[in-house]
Design a protein around this ligand. Structure first.
Ligand code: IPM
Ligand code: MG
Length: 360
């Protein structure tokens, strides 16, 4: 089993190191190879996604990804910005299905900004389409300095588009995921205003006929944003496009206490996957040793389950994370009264120790 390790920028290197530490506790034959990506790759090779990194990712069974981006690259031409590395990986590898579970761990109920009764027991799954929509419509790929913004002109544009096969395949992913859960799918759109999302809604409705055992409802994105903070437990699986999914998944992350807790998986049709925390590179806290590595450690668990066919190892990691939270250990983002403050490395060490215990 070959894993490409792409730590990236900011806190990426710190949190990925802890996830690798945890993986090493498992008695699995994992072959790892590390490469630069994002701003770090731009500094070394002049491009955020060098060919060598892309090749490594292509050949791997799975990719463990940290985060990319830093304000200091904001002035670069768009094709050279760190964010293009993750967008390029998603596109080149066809990673169209993004799973972003939002689970509220019992011990973290008080870390959320919402009332405990709203989020205790929360377990929802956002499925975000990841290779279409306005993220990849025209004018991407145009050979101008800045996509869609023609220097000296007074307008800029991006185009939103989805094709039937693109919507069908993500809808199938959502219905199949719902079958293993509470059998409800909410498709989030903006069909009242946008043609693209009227089309989305029609295609999802067509696909739903193949899943009579799953209940489907439709919700406008503005309403969904509101319902997520009003009564988040009413959702089971949310399926939506790339842009709305980006926004709603950040919102859902905060329901769980901290965006530092949320893992994600991005899969292609061959179940090859890229695994990354839902949060970003957090340049403001990079290098301070205070970032929460749990989202990345939980992403490694998703990797074992989805791409490497090691569901038991995945369960063990998740159990170890719960054990450490039960011990009261907390990084700054999830700290609360009566808890034990720890940094990034100590948190990783504690999960590794709990895992070792679970295995023996
Ligand atoms: C995410 C991030 C990315 C996105 C950025 C870094 C390009 O916000 O994975 O949610 O917008 O998809
Ligand atoms: Mg985002």
């Amino acid at each position: 089993m070959k894993i490409a390790i792409l730590p990236g920028d900011g806190i990426g290197t710190e949190i990925v190191a802890e996830a690798v530490k945890v993986l090493q506790v498992l008695d699995l034959k994992l072959e790892t190879e590390t490469a630069l990506v994002g701003g770090a790759a731009y500094e070394a090779h002049g491009h955020p996604l060098p060919d060598s990194t892309l090749q490594l990712a292509r050949q791997a069974d799975a990719i463990l990804f940290g985060a990319v981006g830093d304000w200091k690259y904001d002035k670069l031409d768009r094709p050279l910005r760190p964010e293009q590395a993750i967008l390029g990986l998603r596109k080149h590898l066809g990673l169209f299905a993004n799973f972003r579970p939002a689970i509220c761990h019992e011990q973290l109920v008080d870390a959320s900004s919402l009332k405990p009764e709203l989020i205790a027991g929360l377990d929802i799954l956002i499925i975000r389409e990841l290779t279409g929509d306005i993220y990849f419509g025209q004018p991407r790929g145009r050979r101008t300095a800045t996509d869609g913004h023609f220097p000296g002109s007074e307008e800029a544009f991006d185009t939103m588009r989805y094709s039937r096969p693109e919507v069908e395949r993500i809808a199938h992913v959502a219905f199949q995921a719902a079958r293993k859960r509470n059998k409800r799918v909410t498709s989030v759109d903006k069909a009242n205003v946008l043609e693209t999302f009227q089309f989305w809604k029609d295609v999802v409705t067509d696909v739903a006929r193949e899943y009579p055992d799953v209940a489907l409802d439709h919700m406008y994105v503005d309403n969904a944003a509101m319902q997520l903070v009003r009564a988040p437990k009413k959702f089971d699986v949310i399926v939506t496009g790339n842009m709305f999914g980006d926004i709603l998944s950040d919102e859902a992350a905060m329901l769980t206490g901290s965006i530092g807790m949320l893992p994600s998986a991005s899969l292609n049709a061959r179940n090859q996957g890229l695994y990354e925390p839902s949060h970003g590179s957090a340049p403001d806290i990079a290098g301070k040793g205070i970032a929460n590595p749990l989202a990345t450690i939980l992403s490694a668990a998703m990797m074992l389950r989805f791409s490497l066919n090691q569901p038991e190892a995945a369960d063990h990691i998740e159990t170890a994370v719960r054990a450490v939270l039960a011990q009261g250990l907390r990084t700054a983002d999830i700290a609360g009264p009566g808890t034990i403050p720890v940094g990034t490395v100590a948190m990783g060490d504690a999960v590794a120790a709990a895992l070792r215990q679970a295995l023996h």
